[in-house]
Design a binder for this molecule. Structure first.
Ligand SMILES: [Zn+2]
Length: 171
């Protein structure tokens, strides 16, 4: 889905949709399959006439399955994107902004080139990749399949067998 980024921003247009997670092939690279959930997304153009600044507000949310780094089971993780990217009118301005950024004086937000054929889904995908957790872990791993899981469960939430016996004796 391609847009003319400058037109889109100036006209304050909004595009939204729902896309199957597995269609974001770069996002799903290295993730367990199948990725069955849908990701809902919205991109809204913004434009400040006095300064000529243009931007895109990007929102997305949806669930992906990631491998828990502790028990290696697949776990559902909700990805949430809420970000704004500035639009640089041409490559020269983008380079100038990049130079500023690497010297630590640049704007806080990230800029992309205001392409005449900007791929919206690719933009959304970039943002989803940025919020992908690097080492996802269950809060509490289910089951006792792994050694670490068994040790953790015994420590934390299983009542000791003696406590259970105590309970039985009382009744
Ligand atoms: Zn786990």
């Amino acid at each position: 889905m391609q847009i003319d980024a400058q037109d889109f921003a100036r006209a304050l247009r909004v595009a939204e949709g729902r896309t199957a997670a597995h269609e974001f092939t770069r996002l799903c690279q290295g993730l367990p399959t199948p990725q069955t959930a849908e990701i809902s997304w919205q991109v809204a153009g913004g434009h400040d006439a006095p300064t000529g600044r243009m931007w895109l507000d990007i929102q997305a949310q949806g669930q992906v399955g990631l491998v828990c780094q502790r028990c290696l089971e697949t776990m559902p993780v909700m990805l949430r994107v809420d970000n704004t990217v500035g639009l640089a009118p041409d490559q020269a301005s983008l380079d100038a902004l990049d130079t500023l950024e690497s010297s630590g004086e640049g704007p806080d937000i990230e800029y992309v080139l205001a392409d005449q054929r900007l791929d919206l889904l690719s933009l959304v995908e970039d943002e989803l990749i940025l919020v992908l957790p690097y080492a996802p872990r269950h809060d509490v791993c289910p089951g006792v399949s792994g050694q670490a899981g068994a040790a953790g469960a015994a420590r934390q939430d299983k009542p000791s067998p003696f406590a259970v016996l105590e309970q039985l004796r009382k009744h």
